[in-house]
Design a protein around this ligand. Structure first.
Ligand SMILES: Nc1nc2c(ncn2[C@@H]2O[C@H](COP(=O)(O)OP(=O)(O)OP(=O)(O)O)[C@@H](O)[C@H]2O)c(=O)[nH]1
Ligand SMILES: [Mg+2]
Length: 700
């Protein structure tokens, strides 16, 4: 089976539709179809594996790309760098790798310790000691200096490129070497890893129908939490998540928080894989209880989302794929972990060969199926749908223009045929004037609407920023009371905690509300401008641009991405000055002030992300809306250009030839033009059919 084949076929068909339409188009329409073609060509399926350390992320991904032992997957060393396997990406080298190092600024922040990050680590890992993080970053620095010499700083901001890729090479960039006693410094393992930010591996694989990026990440409870931010950044870009759990490790709060965070993104697909079932005693029975437990806990944490929950063993998949294993070895493995019994109880179908049995037991085929579904019906389908919407709008415009032109040509043939040449010329000129006036009026209208649209988007950007800051300020204010209550209690501990959840909920609600309001205003401007534009276009000819609408614009809702993973906020109590130490008193104002500083710094990145999501989504909607509006002007402009050309040609003919010869040439051309238009209308009709059956199929 090829993963994402249905989506790939749909893309291929849609490309053909665009190509055919482009062939019969003129002027601005060509550029519009090119834009949609570019979107199709730039699309990539993006999958990321995440989960706890040693759940088997790297092993499973190796099996998924069919390259055993490719990503380093061992007890030691572990993955410490976000690694993108770029499969079948057009424009990439056929093979090889690129390793990007941290730039000086990020490196500085890692080494000198970012206070926000330290706080985050403390919250994210219950019982986490910031001192450990500090000593680790120091170790990272020393490690880099020891392995690469003091001049390692010269590498910062640079990258290393390779034409060929080997396991050893990968180990020296993406595996943690620092901090593990087993790894000696002269080993190549982890040589560059502490300064490597991200690895890109260029690969070809026919297991995937189209371009696909599969990302391996460090375990979420990797002690190297300093990299957490980079992991998060790469997660933002993925559409499909493979959350890896280990069967013999109960689902933790961290796992649940992670799954919840991903599932609430709305348009992301989450596949949960419970790995390492081969290590369970009595796996065929026990796995049922584990799956039930995971299902129950996940669905009670996120009742609004649906997940695929798959279980199995990457180990079995590796064995099934390993050509070095003789049948005797496979048999031994199957016996020792009761694979036949496991299949009888947990799997359907009757696999024949040893390798087939192991493969079915591993659950890998189910993961492939789930990935395929997620591409075909999720991220991929969303792209296809949105391109189809735009193409439909283009088609409506083209149809409107072509029909009008056909009508005119018919009129001209009549007038011309009856010999009223002077009248013909006059009519042409009149229409040109009218069209030119219409075009000017439209251009003015659109310019004005554009201004209104930009203003709406810009003011909303400023407003949402203020509102978010306002929510933080409001929250801090309400905390004053809570803090003063805290102060009447136990003062011996220097640190207190405040629950961040109410702030988070308030911010998310505010973001959604504001988005809805701004979208309403934006839509009002767009709808009004479109109605007016069509009315102006109709002054030139009835029916021009009438099929264009503002339906199906992107950005109906805003997705609140990775706000903040923290639940609580810690702050220090500030003692009142000048008092003797045994009369311990706390300065409320100063403590609230300290709290304000911590809260503002802590919440800032989350606020920025929310504002960014808001603006990007709104801007996209505005841009597509503007382009619909422009379509009306394009039709008029196109029609104007065609007219000018025709008039020039006819003028020339009427001057140079005798009237009879000119007349027959012109009539000939008019008939030819009608033929071209009829052909175009035919292509449009057939493509409209193709697009609508495609949509019906997708719906079914
Ligand atoms: N028995 C068994 N061992 C497995 C399985 N999957 C992975 N392992 C082993 O578990 C260890 C860790 O596997 P990795 O694939 O490196 O796990 P990871 O999630 O990438 O680990 P980190 O990168 O350290 O977070 C390796 O020794 C694997 O051979 C499995 O299904 N069964
Ligand atoms: Mg790994």
């Amino acid at each position: 089976m090829q993963i994402g084949i249905a989506h790939h076929q749909r893309l291929t068909e849609l490309r053909q539709v665009l190509k055919d339409l482009r062939n019969v188009s003129t002027g601005e329409f060509v550029a519009a179809f090119d834009t949609q073609m570019k979107r199709l060509n730039a699309w990539t399926a993006r999958v990321a594996a995440i989960g706890q350390v040693k759940a088997g992320k790297s092993s499973t991904l190796n099996a998924l790309v069919g390259e055993l032992g490719f990503l380093p997957a061992d007890v030691n060393p572990w993955t410490s760098v976000v690694t993108n396997m770029r499969l079948n990406i057009p424009g990439d080298p056929k093979s090889g790798a690129r390793f990007e190092f941290f730039d000086e600024q990020s490196w500085d922040r890692i080494i000198n310790g970012d206070p926000n990050l330290r706080e985050a680590a403390k919250k994210f890992l219950p019982g986490f000691d910031p001192e450990i993080l500090r000593s680790q970053t120091e170790e990272m620095r020393q490690h880099a200096a020891r392995r690469l010499g003091p001049s390692y700083v010269k590498l910062l901001g640079k990258q290393h490129d390779y034409d060929l890729l080997s396991g050893e090479l990968l180990e020296s960039y993406v595996c943690a070497g620092a901090g593990s006693a087993q790894i000696k410094d002269d080993d190549s393992i982890g040589r560059y890893s502490s300064i490597t930010k991200v690895a890109h591996l260029f690969m070809q694989s026919d297991r995937y129908a189209g371009p696909t990026i599969i990302t391996d990440t460090p375990g979420v409870n990797d002690p190297f939490l300093v990299r957490d931010e980079f992991t998060c950044q790469s997660l933002d870009q993925s559409d499909i998540f493979l959350v890896m759990l280990s069967a013999h490790q109960a689902l933790t709060e961290v796992d649940i928080a992670l799954i919840r965070m991903l599932a609430l993104q709305g348009d992301k697909d989450v596949i949960i894989y419970i790995n390492r079932v081969d290590e369970l005693e009595d796996s065929s029975q026990r796995i049922k209880r584990i799956v039930d437990d995971v299902t129950e806990r996940v669905s009670s944490a996120v009742p609004e989302a649906k997940f695929s929950i798959i279980f199995g063993s990457a180990h079995w998949a590796e064995a099934a794929m390993n050509e070095d294993f003789a049948d005797a070895e496979l048999r031994k493995l199957m016996r020792s972990s009761n694979v036949d019994e496991f299949n009888a109880v947990n799997r359907q179908g009757t696999p024949q060969t040893l390798r087939e049995k192991l493969m079915v037991a591993s659950g890998l085929p189910e993961i492939e199926q789930a990935l395929s579904n997620a591409i075909d019906n999720g991220a991929g389908a969303r792209l296809v749908e949105s391109v189809q919407m735009e193409v439909n709008a283009q088609l409506a415009a083209m149809k409107s223009l072509s029909r009008r032109q056909r009508h005119e040509l018919q009129d001209q043939i009549e007038i011309y045929g009856s010999g009223k040449i002077a009248e013909y010329r006059e009519q042409l000129e009149d229409e040109m004037t009218l069209l030119a006036e219409t075009y000017t009026a439209l251009a003015e209208l659109i310019e004005e609407a554009d201004q209104g649209i930009d203003e709406t988007v810009n003011t909303s950007w400023v407003a949402i920023q203020q509102q978010m800051d306002g929510e933080t300020a409001k929250f801090i204010k309400t905390q004053r009371k809570a803090i003063s209550e805290l102060l009447s209690g136990d003062l011996s501990a220097g640190e207190k905690e405040v629950d961040l959840l109410p702030l988070r909920v308030a911010m998310e609600n505010r973001l959604r509300d504001s988005y809805e309001k701004t979208r309403f205003n934006l839509d009002k401007i767009l709808d009004k401008a479109l109605t007016e534009a069509i009315a102006i276009a109709n002054r030139a000819t009835q029916g021009l641009g009438e099929q264009i609408s503002m339906s199906g614009l992107p950005g109906e809702f805003v997705a609140v991405t990775f706000a903040t993973s923290q639940k609580t906020l810690s702050f220090d109590l500030v003692p009142r000055r000048g008092l003797m130490f045994w009369k311990k008193k706390i300065d409320l104002d100063k403590t609230v002030d300290a709290f304000r500083r911590v809260a503002s710094a802590e919440v800032r990145p989350a606020t920025n992300k929310m504002v960014e999501a808001f603006t990007n989504t709104m801007t996209e909607r505005a841009m597509v809306g503007k382009s619909r509006l422009n379509l009306v002007a394009q039709i008029v402009e196109q029609s104007l250009n065609d007219r000018i050309m025709r008039l020039r040609e006819d003028h020339k003919l009427l001057k140079s030839d005798n009237d009879e010869a000119a007349k027959s040439k012109i009539l000939n051309r008019l008939h030819n033009d009608i033929e071209v238009i009829d052909n175009r209308l035919q292509v449009i009709a057939s493509k409209e059919d193709a697009l609508s059956t495609d949509r019906d199929e997708q719906a079914a």
